[in-house]
Design a protein around this ligand. Sequence first.
Ligand code: GLY
Length: 385
Amino acid sequence: MFGHETGEERLIAERSNVLEADAFQDVLVVGAGLMGSSIAWLLSKAGCRVVLIDAGSFGGEASAAGAGMLAPGGEYREPSPAARFAIESLAMYPTFVRQFEKESGISIDYRKCGAIELAYDHEGWRALRRRADTQRRFGISAQMLCPSSLSALAPGLNLEGLLGVLYYPDDACVAPADLLRALRAVCECEGVRILENSPVEKIDAERRRVMVRVREQRIIGRHLVLAAGAWSSQIPVSRLGVTTHIPESFPVKGHLVGYRLLSGSLRPILRNGHHYIVQRKSGFTIAGSSEEQGGFNRSVNPERISEIRHAVGSFYTPISMLEPTREWTGFRPASESHAPTIGRVPGTNVWLAYGHYRNGILLAPATAHLVSHQITECAPQVTGR
Ligand code: GLY
């Protein structure tokens, strides 16, 4: 039963070079980004003893790098299970954020700010109208706006040559740094044990338990969730000593550029093609992005930065002459199926939650609820620590 060691488990723990005498955990979560820590928090609330393990620092990779757009309007153009999942996750956000704020006392910059998609040529505008028709049929609200109404909604927008505008009123934004601070606090409050700078070398699944090797130590759990973003498939997983295939994960690097603007000067997200702008409550304004496949190379490429600056400056004039105050990169967690990898590795208690690609921040609430529900359902005896 969760929360109670059997004699066999105690013996294993004693024989192993484990973290502590009571290191037999209910759930080990590998990857302390938004995804892993949200799952850890929910499982802990459900009464599980949880250890959250990260190779680096809590939320130190894609979660912290992201612009924080919660914007299915710009990301899902066709009906699909992934699109439905995204719409569901967006709807969960207000409660998700309120709960963290209430439990941690940390305020989170989350706003239903809407998003504007711009078309400066006829072909682009035709494509946007077709897209809106399709999206409305599967649940994304999209309105056509008259370009002349935009000076009030988004002052500073370049109206010259603007042919059409699509408005997504339900799209929202969140500051990932706020979310991560609050998540860490609520995880700690729930008793989640957080191990940072602790790379997991391998995952060994046996019939009813899973072991990981971390810095020469073994940690044993009843279940394990692998949520290590782009790094997930680099960790070998074996079942009863035999290597098991898990879907490949890989990084798609994005460059981002930050500017200091007046707080409140831009409300909605602005998008044109692959480029977007989103403003935090503080006025810090983020422009993105590129999509590059080339491994885990963190370097900032001045050419990519200049392309982004030029592209966003062409539709949002307040930043066309402004020097950025920050330039950075992040690794989107892509996977071979181009869709999130969520589910159980057959015949094991290893669960996968990675590959959220461009929408990890958006998909965190729905993924966390799904994975934590699946784990607690298959162990209905969870009754409390
Ligand atoms: N979610 C936006 C991006 O990945 O650039």
